[in-house]
Design a protein around this ligand. Structure first.
Ligand SMILES: Cc1cc2nc3c(=O)[nH]c(=O)nc-3n(C[C@H](O)[C@H](O)[C@H](O)COP(=O)(O)O)c2cc1C
Length: 187
């Protein structure tokens, strides 16, 4: 396999980057907001834990500081415009990103932030550790509740039989979708 060597900074991380991009929802019961996050990862299965990296200057950040909570909304390709929109606008200028990007709110079971109805999956999360990364914080959180489109989840995982297209951010305006399962030969 012929390979090119790329700059380890700033492009090295992109080789492991394209996990599914998510839309983070925040809210305190009277106001809410949305922003997109590519830098996210699972950390632990039981209790379920994950981490997201959030810029401290985001309009959303003080909501997370105040409430200690956020929603993780996993989009399908149908709402990729909203993914880009939520990540390219700030709540300080766009007071209702749900309305602006054609999304609707679903009440969460355990957190004040609303969830994105149109997303194929939603996680309700409570922050348990904050790691200072300078301009950003790594937010380590416990998953309190999880919801997923019933057509797209089977045997404990995503199921691509019914047209599921998870969205991966490649950088800039470029996105890709994952569309099918493959089965490796057993060892
Ligand atoms: C596709 C995409 C992915 C993004 N990923 C991240 C991320 O992982 N972490 C982050 O802090 N900001 C990320 N951003 C930037 C924020 O979503 C963006 O700054 C947003 O406008 C913040 O919104 P707010 O000011 O309303 O809170 C991303 C933006 C886009 C378009």
């Amino acid at each position: 396999m012929n390979k090119i060597t790329i700059e380890s900074a700033p492009n090295g991380y992109r080789l492991i980057n394209p996990g599914a991009v998510v839309i983070i929802s925040v809210g305190d019961g009277s106001q809410d907001n949305l922003f997109s996050v590519t830098w996210n990862m699972p950390l632990r299965r039981d209790p379920g834990m994950l981490a997201i990296l959030s810029g401290k200057r985001h309009y959303s950040y003080p909501f997370i500081e105040r409430t200690g909570e956020f929603g993780v909304n996993i989009p399908g390709a149908e709402i990729v415009d909203a993914v880009l929109g939520c990540g390219r606008t700030t709540g300080s200028k766009v007071p209702d990103k749900f309305e602006r990007f054609g999304l609707t709110r679903r009440k969460a079971d355990t957190i004040k932030a609303p969830l994105v109805n149109e997303a194929v999956g939603n996680l309700e999360c409570r922050v348990c550790q904050v790691v200072d990364m300078g301009a950003s914080s790594l937010l380590i959180a416990q998953i309190l509740a999880a919801h997923v489109a019933e057509d797209h989840f089977k045997d404990g995982g995503w199921c691509y039989d019914n047209g599921l297209e998870l969205v991966h951010h490649l950088g800039g305006d470029k996105f890709a979708v994952s569309t099918r399962e493959i089965t490796p030969n057993k060892v």
